[in-house]
Design a protein around this ligand. Structure first.
Ligand SMILES: NC(=O)c1ccc[n+]([C@@H]2O[C@H](COP(=O)([O-])OP(=O)(O)OC[C@H]3O[C@@H](n4cnc5c(N)ncnc54)[C@H](O)[C@@H]3O)[C@@H](O)[C@H]2O)c1
Length: 370
């Protein structure tokens, strides 16, 4: 199945196609030949993806008359750093790229976030193509134009808004994705359904077995639906002045936990979001919005999907609450001594709860994390 979708970011008069299916680079070779001919092309990926999927990628583009340059970066969140950003910018400079040339981000959310930031900075913006290779990047991060690196413990604190020219969500690249990374990506799908779409949530619950077994048509439907939901919110609020912040459901708690564990393999981004979703749902319940049975349903579903719901599944020792709160204070939604939190009024109905005090949060976290 090949779907053609377009999102148009009206405020910036930018629009781009998102393709969903398999063998997409080959299927789009005319488009690619037309755009990439006589251009310099840089493909940036990580070492794992290079080992697992670069032959698939290069087979698909083998008919194109192009001679790309390839840069490999180490895998993992640690690559979303100043050093890697500089390395990419220096490399493009040495190769004499200009802004009409093309950079292809071939990888998961880490490669996508880092390379798109570099693309936005290089000569004030070089052409970018996103070819996401993880479930997370296909359902979420490759679309919407957010770019980022981390600065010390402050997750995604350095970044820009910069959109690709086209996105290819080719599910054939997911064949080598380890289960743990696949499931971590699923957390962002569930987040989208919880915040925006009750029927989509129902679909996910009903199809949890097919999702776990990575049924091709179910996965493509999920990617399609997730990107449709994301596109809609990005269209109305590109720069996250309002409703786009709803996409951060579970992220304030999740990012703090991710930072707490030094962005290590101990807790993947999506796993942190899974824990964050549980905490945000419980907080919604404590604030009187969400019923206990709905919170339980979310828990049951996350457990069925083998995603963590309790911090003790990750870490046996007591967490240092002061440290967690310090990380939460780095969140972009902090206003003075308070924070705006994304909560649920119901399944499919997320909202921004303004001015939650850190005092209240501390009490809540004390009850949940100890
Ligand atoms: N920009 C956004 O809007 C946005 C949204 C959500 C998340 N993010 C960011 O995305 C990042 C997480 O992305 P991720 O979960 O894709 O992690 P990732 O990019 O680190 O990939 C996970 C692991 O899988 C490996 N891998 C990737 N594709 C593979 C494949 N096809 N086969 C085998 N191995 C493969 C990678 O080498 C890595 O080890 C976080 O930094 C998060 O902040 C950004």
């Amino acid at each position: 199945m090949i779907r053609r979708k377009a999102i148009s970011i009206l405020s910036k008069k930018t629009s781009y196609d998102i393709w969903i299916g398999t063998n997409l680079l080959k299927e789009n070779s005319n488009f690619l030949q037309l755009n990439l001919a006589h251009k310099k092309i840089a493909i940036i990926t990580d070492e794992n993806i290079h080992t697992c999927q670069y032959s698939n990628f290069s087979n698909q583009i083998s008919d194109l008359k192009i001679n790309p340059h390839l840069l490999l970066i180490p895998p993992g969140e640690v690559s979303k750093s100043w050093n890697r950003l500089k390395e990419i910018l220096d490399w493009l400079t040495e190769l004499n790229f200009d802004r009409t040339d093309y950079v292809i981000a071939f990888g998961g959310g880490v490669v996508g976030d880092l390379v798109s930031l570099a693309a936005s900075l290089f000569r004030r913006g070089i052409n970018l193509i996103q070819v996401p290779t993880t479930f997370l990047s296909q359902v979420d991060s490759s679309v919407g134009g957010k770019t980022a690196i981390n600065s010390g413990p402050a997750k995604n604190s350095i970044g820009s808004f910069y959109h690709p020219k086209v996105v290819f969500c080719d599910t054939s690249f997911l064949s080598t994705l380890p289960d743990r990374a696949f499931l971590a990506g699923y957390a962002e799908v569930l987040k989208m359904a919880l915040v925006f779409d009750k029927d989509f949530y129902k679909f996910l619950i009903e199809n949890q077995k097919l999702i776990s077994s990575r049924d091709e048509s179910v996965l493509q439907h999920i990617i399609d639906k997730s990107l449709e939901l994301k596109s809609k919110v990005v269209e109305i609020d590109e720069k996250e002045q309002g409703d786009r912040a709803l996409l951060n459901f579970g992220h304030t708690f999740g990012h703090a936990l991710e930072s707490y564990f030094d962005y290590s393999e101990k807790l993947l981004h999506g796993e942190a979001i899974s824990l964050g979703i549980v905490l945000a749902a419980r907080f919604s319940m404590e604030e009187g919005y969400l019923s206990e049975s709905k919170v339980d349903d979310i828990n049951v579903h996350l457990n069925a999907m083998k995603l963590p719901t309790l911090i003790t599944q990750i870490h046996n020792d007591k967490l240092d609450l002061v440290k967690i709160l310090r990380f939460m204070k780095q969140d972009k939604k902090v206003v003075g001594n308070n924070i705006n939190l994304i909560l649920l009024k119901d399944i499919g109905n997320g909202f921004i709860k303004k001015d939650v005090s850190f005092e209240k949060l501390e009490k809540f976290l004390q009850s949940q994390l100890s």
